[in-house]
Design a protein around this ligand. Structure first.
Ligand code: M6R
Length: 620
C-alpha cells in the first residue's frame, strides 16, 4: 500500500509531487507528505489526513527546489499521525526517504540502531530504513569515501538494503548530494518516467500522465540512481542493467472525473465501453471462437489442460467465481477459484496440466502475486487477467489477458469486475471451442457477447430509480444479498460494495443456503436484495424469496424486464434487460453498484476514498 512520487530535473517540484500524490491517493490516504531538496537543505511538509492538507501547508509555507519525493500513506505500522507520516529522516538529517511496504525485522534493527545511539521519533517500521542508510553512509565516510559523491550514497543504500527483511519501494534523498534521487524496489512497484533533462518516479504510471509517456519499470532487487540527465539501474545480483523503455498510452482525460461527481460513478457509467474494450479484436467470427494475443501457450499445451485454478482477492475473486461456473459449463474443465491469500500457503496438489490464472485489476495485490509466484515455483503455467499494463503480476506471469478497462481510480472496483467477467467468458468460449463445442454454439455465444455493451447501457437506465430506492433503505444497518448459480457471485459482489463504501453490514449468500442459518437475521429491519433474473431455477429462487417475505423481511428484487410476477412479491423491483444466464452478472451487478453508491452518499460516506481501505493491497 502507499503511494510514492519523486522528481529530479528543472521544474519547481512541489506542484508535481502534490498532483502526483492526489492521483495516487487511491493507494492510501491516511496521511501525506513531501520533501524537497535545495542547496544542501531538505525541507519537509507532512500531515495526517488527505493530500489537500499537505497542499494547504505548502501554500502557507512554500518550499522551492527541483528535486523531491512524496508519499501518501496507508498505515501498516504505527498510528496515523503527523509524526508517523512520511517522509522520514535518518540520524542527523543526512537521509530523507519515503517507503511503501513492510519491514518485517524492524524491531531487531531498531534495537540495534538504538544501541548505536539513534533516536527514533516515530513508531513506524520505515524510520529504521532512514537511520540504517544514514549509519551505512557514515561507515562509508569512515572508510574514506567522499560524502558529496553519489557513489557513496549508492553504496550506503546497497549495504543497508541487504539487512532488510520484507518489502520496500523507496525514494531517497541525501542532504549533501542535492540533485540526486535514489530509488529501490523489492515487492512494491515503482515506475520511472523519462523526460527531457528530468526524471520522474511513481508507484504507478498515473502521476506521469501528461508529463511523459516513456517509462521504465523497476524490477525487484534493482536500485535506480536518477539525476536530471542520467538514469542508472543496478541489480543487486546482476549488476548494471540497460533500462527497458516502455510507452504508456494514457491521456490526462483517462484520469479526470469527466463531469461526474465521483470516480466510482464515472467508472460505473463507463461499463458499456469497457466491456466493448474487453472484447475488441478478440472475437473471431470465422472460427466462432475467441482469440488472445498474450496467452503464450501453444494449442497442444492448451488442449492438455485438464484443470484450471483461478485466484484473486475481493472483487476479482468474485469475478473468478463467475469464471468457475462458465468454464465448467462451456469448456467442461474442472475449475476452482481460490482466495490468493489461502492459495499462497495451502500447497494443494496440482498436476502440470493445471493452468493457473491470477485475476487482478491492479496487478499489484501482494497475496495474488505471492500465490502465482508459488505456483510458478512448482512449474505450473501461470497466467494473468489484469488491468494495469506493466504491473508486477502482468510482467511476472507467463502470459495473460489485459482488461483494457482504463485506470480504475474509485477504491470500490466496478468496471474491472464486468471486464474480468467478460474476459473469463471469452476464455471459456476459447477453451470450449478447442474441445467439444460446436461451431453454431460458438457463433451463438459470440452474437450474445456482442450485444452486451448495449445491454449494460440499458441496465444503467435504472440509475434514477435506484437513487430513489436508496433513500428508502439508507438508514438500515443490515442487508442480505441473495442469488443462485450465476447470480450468487453477483450477490457477493453487491454485498462487498455496500460494506466497503457505506460501512453497512451486508452478507452475500446463495439464496437457498440462507435457510441454513442467516434466515435467523431476517426481520423488518433487514432488507434482502434478491438477484432474481429469469433462469432455469427461477421458481426455486421465488420460493426462497417467499421464505423471507413470510418472516417479515423487506425484499428488493433485481429482476428481468418482462417479469410480471415479481412486483407482487417484492417491496421494490429494479428491472434489467433479459440476457442468457451466464451473462446475467454483467447486467445485474449494475443496480447493485449504483445502490451501494447512493446509500453511501445518503449516509455521508466518502465514496471514492472509503475509510481503512486502499485501492491496491500491496501488503500481506
Ligand atoms: O487489484 P486487485 O483486483 O488484485 O484487487 C483485489 C481486491 O483488493 C479488490 O478487488 C478489492 O476487494 C476492492 N476494493 C473491491 O471493490
Amino acid at each position: 500500500m502507499c503511494g510514492i512520487v519523486g522528481y529530479v530535473g528543472h521544474r519547481q517540484v512541489s506542484s508535481f509531487l502534490l498532483e502526483g500524490l492526489r492521483r495516487l491517493e487511491y493507494r492510501g490516504y491516511d496521511s501525506a507528505g513531501i520533501a524537497v531538496s535545495r542547496d544542501g537543505d531538505i525541507q519537509i511538509r507532512k500531515k495526517s489526513g488527505r493530500v489537500s492538507e499537505v497542499a494547504r501547508l505548502v501554500e502557507q509555507k512554500p518550499i522551492h527546489g527541483t528535486t523531491g519525493i512524496g508519499h501518501t500513506r496507508w498505515a501498516t505500522h504505527g498510528v496515523t499521525s503527523d509524526t508517523n507520516s512520511h517522509p522520514h529522516i535518518g540520524g542527523n538529517g543526512q537521509v530523507v526517504l519515503v517507503h511503501n511496504g513492510v519491514i518485517e525485522n524492524y524491531t531487531t534493527l531498531k534495537t540495534h540502531l538504538q544501541e548505536l545511539g539513534y533516536v527514533f521519533q516515530t513508531t513506524t517500521d520505515t524510520e529504521v530504513i532512514a537511520h540504517l542508510i544514514e549509519f551505512c553512509f557514515n561507515e562509508q565516510i569512515k572508510l574514506g569515501d567522499d560524502p558529496t559523491a553519489p557513489s557513496t550514497c549508492v553504496k550506503a543504500v546497497e549495504v543497508a538494503l541487504t539487512q532488510l527483511k520484507g518489502t520496500y519501494g523507496l525514494a531517497i534523498l541525501f542532504q549533501d548530494v542535492p540533485d540526486l534521487l535514489i530509488t529501490a524496489r523489492l515487492g512494491s512497484p515503482l515506475v520511472i518516467g523519462i523526460g527531457d533533462k528530468e526524471h520522474f518516479l511513481a508507484s504507478d504510471a498515473t502521476p506521469l500522465i501528461g508529463y511523459t509517456d516513456e517509462v521504465v519499470y523497476l524490477a525487484d532487487r534493482e536500485i535506480a540512481v536518477l539525476t536530471a540527465d542520467s538514469l542508472e539501474i543496478i541489480h543487486r545480483d546482476d549488476g548494471r542493467q540497460t533500462p527497458a523503455i516502455h510507452i504508456i498510452d494514457k491521456s490526462p482525460g483517462d484520469i479526470d472525473l469527466g463531469g461526474f461527481e465521483h470516480y466510482m460513478l464515472k467508472e460505473i457509467f463507463e461499463q458499456p465501453q469497457t466491456i466493448e474494450n474487453a472484447m475488441r479484436g478478440r472475437l473471431d467470427d470465422d472460427e466462432a471462437t475467441a482469440k488472445f494475443g498474450g496467452l503464450n501457450l501453444d494449442a497442444q499445451t492448451l488442449r492438455r489442460i485438464d484443470r484450471i485454478v483461478l485466484t484473486g482477492c475481493g472483487t476479482s475473486w468474485h469475478a473468478g467465481l463467475v469464471g468457475e461456473y462458465v468454464l465448467e459449463e462451456f469448456a467442461r474443465i474442472p475449475t476452482e477459484v481460490e482466495y490468493a491469500s489461502e492459495l499462497r500457503y495451502r500447497n494443494p496438489p496440482m498436476a502440470n496440466t493445471t493452468m493457473i490464472f491470477a485475476i487482478t485489476q491492479s496487478g499489484e495485490t501482494a497475496d495474488t502475486l505471492a500465490a502465482i509466484r508459488e505456483c510458478k515455483r512448482k512449474g505450473h503455467p501461470t497466467l494473468a487477467i489484469c488491468n494495469v499494463v506493466g504491473s508486477t503480476i502482468a510482467r511476472e506471469a507467463d502470459g495473460g489477458i489485459y482488461l483494457h478497462a482504463g485506470p480504475e481510480i474509485g477504491v470500490a472496483s466496478t468496471k474491472a469486475f464486468t471486464s474480468q467477467v467478460m474476459v473469463l467468458i471469452q476464455l471459456a468460449l476459447f477453451m470450449a471451442r478447442m474441445r467439444h463445442m460446436s461451431f453454431p454454439a460458438g457463433q451463438r455465444i459470440i452474437n450474445q457477447l456482442k450485444a452486451m455493451p448495449s445491454m449494460v447501457g440499458k441496465a444503467l437506465k435504472c440509475h434514477e430509480q435506484v437513487r430513489d430506492i436508496s433513500q428508502k433503505y439508507a438508514e438500515f444497518n443490515n442487508f442480505l444479498y441473495l442469488g443462485r448459480l450465476y447470480n450468487f457471485p453477483t450477490a457477493l459482489e453487491g454485498a462487498l460494495k455496500l460494506k466497503e463504501i457505506s460501512y453497512v453490514h451486508a452478507e452475500g449468500y446463495p439464496a437457498a443456503e440462507m435457510k441454513h442459518g442467516p434466515i435467523a437475521l431476517v426481520d423488518e429491519r433487514t432488507p434482502s436484495i434478491f438477484v432474481i433474473p429469469q433462469g432455469h431455477i427461477y421458481p426455486k429462487v421465488i420460493s426462497n424469496l417467499e421464505e423471507i417475505k413470510a418472516r417479515g423481511g423487506p425484499v428488493i428484487a433485481i429482476a428481468c424486464e418482462g417479469d410480471d410476477r415479481i412486483a407482487d412479491l417484492a417491496d421494490d423491483v429494479i428491472f434489467v434487460p433479459s440476457v442468457e444466464e451466464y451473462l446475467q452478472p454483467l447486467v445485474t451487478v449494475i443496480p447493485l453498484q449504483l445502490l451501494s453508491y447512493h446509500i453511501a452518499l445518503c449516509r455521508g460516506c466518502n465514496v471514492d476514498r472509503p475509510r481503512n481501505l486502499a485501492k491496491s493491497v500491496t501488503v500481506e
